[in-house]
Design a protein around this ligand. Structure first.
Ligand SMILES: [Zn+2]
Length: 256
């Protein structure tokens, strides 16, 4: 198995939206990433797709105001740098369906991957429910209600291979799909996605300060579960929006 962390630009927002802090004017860089997994038997698997190229008109103004897009790199460009096109992707895993993860799905319309999109069942239901009841926020219907798209859903834990386990977290959103990966060079890696945004949030046990979590309890319940998993798997963690970490893993290239 080969894993590459793809850097897809960044949002720049007030830090308290990601990590509780006193100074509400403090800013933070929030990187957008995708993970390319090249694995015999599964093919080319992509975890998340980044922002939409039409973010400035497609996202609600309030979303853009809270989470301004400071840099945009399309998933198409990032794949090109790996010698791939959207048509080369066999399976798309969606951590969840928020705008900064689902925005690049449109690059896959007409490809085999769009018929093979895996997401947590609770997340799919919530995304359509919120979009169809006019709740303006992180779910933008035009990003995931695409021509020809076919979702497959998972619940709980699902093994796609003996070195690739998916697990559903009920924090940040109703069904945030994390991954546990087994690599030769780095050992086990657990991908938390946005259920834990950054290393600082994890180490200092600080939940997001903004309105993203309904309660802090879901953050702490999940944090405890990830801490137990970290021990059980002796794993290294890869967080959802940690700028330094994404830049480092991106620079280090392919993990085998
Ligand atoms: Zn996100």
């Amino acid at each position: 198995m080969k894993i590459s962390v793809l850097y897809l630009g960044r949002l720049e927002c007030r830090k308290y939206h990601l990590i509780e802090c006193e100074d509400h004017n403090e800013m933070i860089k929030s990187p957008i990433m995708s993970i390319l997994i090249e694995r015999p038997t599964l093919g080319n698997v992509l975890y998340d797709t980044g922002n939409s190229p039409y973010y400035s008109t497609e996202y609600p103004p309030s979303t853009l105001e809270t989470y301004p897009v400071a840099e945009f790199i399309s998933i198409e460009e990032a794949l090109k740098a790996k010698g791939l096109t959207p048509a080369d992707i066999d399976l798309i895993l969606m951590s969840h369906l928020h705008f900064d993860h689902a925005g690049g799905l449109k690059y896959f319309t007409g490809t085999k991957a769009i018929k093979n999109v895996l997401v947590a069942e609770a997340e799919l239901k919530n995304a359509f429910y919120q979009a169809m009841t006019g709740q303006v926020g992180a779910y933008v219907k035009s990003l995931f209600d695409l021509e020809g798209i076919r979702f497959q859903t998972i619940n709980g834990e699902t093994d796609l291979a003996d070195d690739l386990r998916l697990f559903v977290q009920n924090a940040h959103a109703p069904g945030v799909m994390g991954m546990a990966l087994k690599t030769r060079s780095k050992g086990n890696v657990i991908v938390t996605s946005d259920a834990i945004y950054t290393r600082e949030s994890y180490q200092k046990e600080l939940p997001p300060g903004g309105p993203i979590n309904k309660t802090k309890k879901e953050f702490y319940d999940n944090l405890n579960r990830i801490k137990a998993m970290e021990k059980e798997y002796s794993a290294e963690l890869l967080f959802g929006h940690d700028y330094d970490q994404v830049m480092e893993w991106n620079k280090n290239g392919v993990i085998e």
